[in-house]
Ligand binder design. Sequence first.
Ligand code: ATP
Length: 325
Amino acid sequence: LTRLYGPLTALSNVRVDVMSALVSFDRVFEVLDLRPGIEEKPDATPIPSGSGRVEFRDVHFRYPSAGEVSLATLEDVAALDRTRNAPVLRGVDFTVEPGQMVALVGPSGAGKSTTSMLVSRVYDVTDGAVLVGGVDVRDATLDSLRDTIGVVTQDSHLFHETIAENLRYARPDATEADMWEALRGAQVADLVEALPDGLDTVVGDRGYRFSGGEKQRIAIARLLLKHPSIVILDEATAHLDSESEAAVQRALSKALEGRTALVIAHRLSTVRDADQILVLDEGRIVERGRHTELVAAGGLYAELYRTQFAVADSPAPPYAQDAEP
Ligand code: ATP
């Protein structure tokens, strides 16, 4: 248990660090995880700005065991108990070319989130290498890694602070005009404009409560302000009402324009549009290709398509439409 106290005491000191890192890593605990094991080398090189290529070279990964890192979260302890350090990725090899959109799909536990976390070096690979812009992420400066990559997860976190402050974590020197532009791009400007305090509205449980879809759009506004060349996106599985869903989709297509994207896909439209779909199963890529090829191949993807994607995007039943004004 004493192992837990160190990181918890350190929490107060790393607040500022955590806040700015959140824009990349989005969840406090993932950032705390990052600190104990992940260090910048003295001779680290910056990733060239605007780099869009991501490469996985025969990546093997198992989560560190209790003896290898100081555990940052109770979540970690539970996860370690659960898995007993089993290999999670077993020879994952792929390239995302600059500007491409690659969709990761696969059954629960296949290793999709783990793969996405290795790009921003939340953990180091056990074997093989992950390269961003041609630089092994273990040799890259942490700042350049953070500047290059933006992450939007399903549970994007907003702090109990004003909207402007929440946005400034993405870009501290953002002007009000920059913020409004980002909010417009993220399809949430009208809403913020209608609030009595506008950008100075305090958000959170004791302030203005955004809905799930609105929170996601604020997270997308942060991404637009930050301008990363690579976006890691975990598409929401949570049900949003259809209007909010459509707004999030419009915001996302704006955010992904011209960028490299690695998407943990839950939507049919995403897999249809993807330049490449990687089908993960038990830590290996078992199929890869475009939607129509993979459906025709009749393998695991075809099955996932039938059971997950086709169902997820089926039209709402007629009575739901009738209920709308
Ligand atoms: P889902 O679709 O359910 O989110 P996924 O394909 O994203 O699944 P991962 O979350 O990458 O799968 O998990 C892959 C494996 O790694 C699972 O067996 C999971 O239990 C394990 N795992 C995930 N996080 C940790 C952790 N922090 N420590 C130890 N094992 C973990």
